[in-house]
Write a new protein. Structure first.
Length: 166
């Protein structure tokens, strides 16, 4: 079996991160949804306060999987958490334990940073991912419903009369 290493992504990894994001979009049945480009990802990774971090699974020079995450916060626990935005392993490398290693690394990062939890979303139709996550001890938060405002709806909401904040 080829050796797979895990490492934090650097700005020069942006093209490979983008390729993995695009492959994930195809897997999630949204092949035209990706708007970000490699230059933007690289710029964000170079910034003083990057909006995300990324652990890459690499085989030699080739990225075969990634876990893209950022810090969240639990108001009830009063501590940060780790939000996993995307986890993906290319199809031909699934079943080798790469996804489990990526999640294990994120759990270790959360512990190292004294975060209260590690959490993420999974599409309700993605039964293989749900079974995989549950095998690692995750619990579905079934009582929660995701809401999102974006695009014109976000702009319209921002234009609403402003209440004074003191």
């Amino acid at each position: 079996m080829p050796r797979v290493d895990l490492r934090f992504a650097e700005p020069d990894d942006a093209p490979q991160i983008l390729a993995l994001i695009e492959a994930l979009a195809v897997y999630e049945r949204e092949p035209d949804a990706v708007e970000v480009g490699a230059a933007t990802l690289a710029e964000q990774l170079r910034s003083e306060r990057p909006p995300f971090e990324c652990v890459l699974a690499v085989d030699g020079a080739d990225a075969i999987g990634f876990a893209l995450f950022f810090q969240s916060y639990s108001t009830w626990r009063g501590r940060p958490g780790l939000w996993l935005e995307d986890l993906f392993v290319i199809e031909e490398r699934r079943g080798e334990g790469v996804g489990k290693r990526l999640l294990s690394r994120l759990a270790a990062i959360a512990i190292e940073r004294d975060y209260a939890r590690l959490e993420w979303w999974v599409l309700d139709w993605n039964e293989p991912a749900i079974r995989f996550y549950e095998s690692l001890g995750s619990e579905a938060m079934g009582e929660w419903t995701t809401h999102r405002v974006e695009g014109e709806a976000l702009s319209a909401l921002a234009r609403q009369p402003k209440a004074a904040v003191t």
